[in-house]
Ligand binder design. Sequence first.
Ligand code: 3PG
Length: 213
Amino acid sequence: MTPALQSHAVLALCRLAPVIPVLVIEEIDHAEPLAHALVEGGLPVLEVTLRTGCAIEAISAMAGVHGARVGAGTVLSAHDAERAKHAGAEFAVSPGATPALAAACTALDLPLLPGAATASEVMALLELGYRTMKFFPAGPAGGAPMLKALHGPLPQASFCPTGGVGLQNAGDYLSLPNVACVGGSWVAPAAMMRAGDWDGIRELAHAASKLPR
Ligand code: 3PG
């Protein structure tokens, strides 16, 4: 799958909801109830970060939840991309991008949302054929004003800003023409997962799903 087609597929996913939850799953038993809560709350597209021992298993479990569109996050290498694909991930997200990772996702038919934080990084991804990117780390890298500035010379790039985004500032990003959706961990706090507060997470997801854009 070419980078252009990968970006096309990722953009379609970004349009399904205003927020992609960024998930750090510590216990495999959390995976299914978490996916149900988020999907029922109105957030079907889920990014499971490969930062915990059960992440790969969690992707497989969540991919079986009706309505969930599950991808892998923190995909840093070709090996990560292979593991994610074999687990059933529908897409991959990376905080940055490397030629090796892009080549792996192209060979695996795994749509990649690659990260960029500067004009040069955006240009390098556009050169490869990617047009949908993760803007990371969104807050420290300049926030909504930075994306607004990038839109002038680089209007062909669309972004999913992630990193320091929450209910209070998501609207600043979502109102921009080059923002397709935002990503964030605020809809699935670790403490609520540990407490099994799936109703609370469903409510957080519901509030996020109603963000205007
Ligand atoms: C990530 O960890 O990939 C995201 O940056 C999540 O950032 P957040 O915790 O600030 O939402």
